[in-house]
Design a protein around this ligand. Structure first.
Ligand SMILES: NC(=O)c1ccc[n+]([C@@H]2O[C@H](COP(=O)([O-])OP(=O)(O)OC[C@H]3O[C@@H](n4cnc5c(N)ncnc54)[C@H](OP(=O)(O)O)[C@@H]3O)[C@@H](O)[C@H]2O)c1
Length: 185
């Protein structure tokens, strides 16, 4: 059985996941206003995930977090140019340049059931391949004007089924979508 692929990500109101230079200061500032103990469903989502697939740029940013935020999960970092993995992470982090479908098939064969896909370009690649099953997008009430977009060009429409929206009192709005299943002919 093929693993499913999910996105759980925060964007600015104008659809960016990071500034042009990759910084997420605006997101960290917004998160600092969130009441203690509220994680907008992140840990519950993470508990359902077997492993992560992230782009090299997201990985490089995640390396700045201490402690490593994905302890206990297998992480595949997509990169064509390659990236150094710190010794302490070599048991759980691997590098790949596989196409999304090949990677999903390989990880499914090792028993993965649900993968967390992270990083804008990486998510876009999976979307173009028609492989994203679920999107949970938290919109932060800030306009950045420019930055790294969550979404990009597609070869074909991706039709989604709306699941639910949660509006948090501190201004975050989280919407949940699933890939629409083709109706039986
Ligand atoms: N707002 C949020 O919740 C959130 C979440 C995650 C990340 N971010 C931020 O978003 C930024 C990163 O996103 P991004 O869109 O710039 O990039 P990204 O998807 O994290 O990384 C892009 C890189 O991944 C590699 N890649 C992607 N698909 C590939 C494939 N099929 N095969 C081989 N390599 C592939 C390439 O690496 P090479 O260049 O090495 O070939 C590409 O340059 C960071 O600043 C991060 O902090 C924000």
């Amino acid at each position: 059985m093929s693993a499913t692929a999910s996105v759980f990500i925060a964007t600015s109101l104008d659809g960016f996941i990071a500034r042009v230079d990759g910084s997420i200061d605006w997101l960290l500032q917004a998160q600092a206003t969130v009441p203690a103990g509220e994680d907008c469903g992140y840990q519950a989502f993470m508990d359902t995930v077997d492993g992560l697939v992230m782009g090299r740029k997201t990985f490089e940013q995640a390396l700045d977090f201490d402690p490593w935020p994905y302890a206990g999960k297998q992480v595949v970092v997509l990169s064509r140019q390659g990236v150094a993995v710190p010794a302490a992470l070599r048991d759980s982090v691997s590098i790949s340049a596989e196409a999304p479908a090949d990677l999903l098939a390989r990880l499914s064969a090792t028993g993965a059931r649900k993968l967390y896909i992270d990083g804008g370009q990486t998510i876009q690649g999976f979307l173009r391949a028609g492989l994203i099953d679920e999107l949970i997008i938290t919109v932060i009430p800030v306009l950045l004007g420019a930055g790294r977009p969550l979404f990009g060009p597609l070869d074909a429409d991706v039709t989604l089924t709306y699941v639910e929206t949660r509006a948090y009192p501190f201004g975050f709005v989280q919407s949940h979508y699933r890939r629409a299943r083709p109706s039986a002919a």
